[in-house]
Design a protein around this ligand. Sequence first.
Ligand code: ZN
Length: 343
Amino acid sequence: MIKETLEKIEQISERTLSAIKDSTDLDAVNDIRVKILGKKGELTAVLKTMGKLSADERPVIGAKANEVREAVEKAVSEQMVKLKALDYEQRIKKEAVDVTLPGKRFPLGKSHPMSVVLDELKEIFRSMGYTVVGGPEIEETRFVFDMLNTPAGHPARDEGDTFYVSDDVVLRTQTSSVQIRTMLENKPPIAVISPGRVYRRDEVDATHSPVFYQCEALVVDKNITFADLKGTLEAFMKRLYGDSVRLRFRPHHFPYTEPSAEVDLSCFKCGGDGCSMCKGEGWLEILGAGVVHPKVLQNCGIDPAVYSGFAFGMGLERITMMRYEIDDLRLLYENDVRFLRQF
Ligand SMILES: [Zn+2]
């Protein structure tokens, strides 16, 4: 009986030690250890049969079992150290950084030409004492039309031109709604510009889009006249297009200004001689302007007997296209980097 047990223990020992040496990962080593030495392990199972042995035999088996246990524990810890070292070495190799390799190049973005022009516009007007203001793009008709002296039935309110959200809410067709909001919230003197997106029912082509950018300006104070408007526009245009440009005012009609004018800029490319940019005219149509209609001031609680003001508005796309001689509006919206990189 004792001989058999000793042999069995010896077998377990040999098999286990060689399995440990052959194992290639830490989990496997640990599994072997549990399988042999654990509560339900093989060696433990053999030791449980010791009750059947005589008192003389038990110490012999016990000593042998201890010897095997120690050998297995030792082999396990040695193998674990070896595997950990191997694993570390492999990880170092894998994660090694070759500092001689060239660095990664990250693609750089470019400012959109419209952003460049808008930033410049803001800078020019800020330097003249204006504040930049904004307002909602989904706007009540009273701010877009009624209070701007554009009553129900006026052609500008037509559904063919305007996106209606409901009877009295629209996608704003102009940023003039921001002028109304500004006058309602502030007392004169007021000097603001309101750049932003506006919406009209237009098909997309080289010069039209249902969404585009406007920048409007409003000044309200005592003794503001058409002369102030002319002086301001001249200063602004010279900053934007150079000292040699001239302005031309043509009478026009807007419901919210009186008198109103359309303003042309002498062609900055040919100096007025006529070229492809100005289509031989020598002049470029650039913005609409006028003296704020007394009714509009009144609608906003500003006394037109005391205060007066001027306003003007321009399309940001048009300014940008002229500035960079871009001939198709759509290029500004497609955001093709090859196009954007040119600016
Ligand atoms: Zn020209």
